[in-house]
Design a protein around this ligand. Sequence first.
Ligand code: KIV
Length: 291
Amino acid sequence: MVKRTTIHDLRKMKEQGQKIPMLTCYDYTSAKMLDEAGIPLVLVGDSLGMVVLGHDSTLRVTLDMVIHHSAAVARGCSKGLIVIDLPFATYSASDLPLSLNTARRAISEGGAQAVKIEGGRRMAPVIGALVASGIPVMGHIGLTPQSIHMIGGFRVQGRTEEAAKRLVAAAQALERAGAFALVLELVPAPLAEKISKMLSIPTIGIGAGPGCDGQVQVLHDMMGMYDDFLPKHAKRYAHLAGLMRDAATTYAKEVRAGEFPGPEHTFDQDMVLPKGLDAPRPKKKKKRANR
Ligand code: KIV
């Protein structure tokens, strides 16, 4: 049986100074490729709302949507630990039964092994309740896109002394509550490094510098599939959008020119076609208007 990464493996990786690569993933085919590439941590992120579904934020993503995509990822990923994002307004510190029910559905219907929730100290009780129910939770602090209207824009967090102290306190509170790892998004590199050293759980950075214990990237950014824009924190390792556009253009040209399909893509007939198949199509009778 293939061994899947566990939350304990991630902790060991941190202790041994091994950096942890994490990628987002939203479908079966890509999940298989990430598994083959040895990616130990896979996130079915609510970024799917933007890079797959074309919304302008993650706020339109529903629980049913992430479950649908997570189940596809789970069919293709047998080695990586799958973390599923709980979407906007599907969990809350003031409604623990709602949070538990959301997480339960995400795990049992989405086939993920852990959930991720956004938010600072106020999310500690949610993490505590989920962990007490046997659900591993990854926290997410710094820029939390689900609160974009509270934050007022996609900007680096923790730049002032007060904001930095708030982030440190949040990181410690979420670790105490039982989070197995923490995403740090858009956090100044020196602060992210300090937080990473302070915690025993791994930090996974995105726009948080090299001092984090791991890094996460949005698959469509790093593969160059989503080329509307590239955030500063993202690096393109391929330009699949260009390859796909070129392939589609060539295909269309070949179809129009009658060059595709060729004989190698075409099936022969084993028997002589029965008579009558080439008979002219019967003309359709005109419908009479009902009175
Ligand atoms: O949804 C997502 O892709 C994320 C990552 C940016 C961490 O939450």
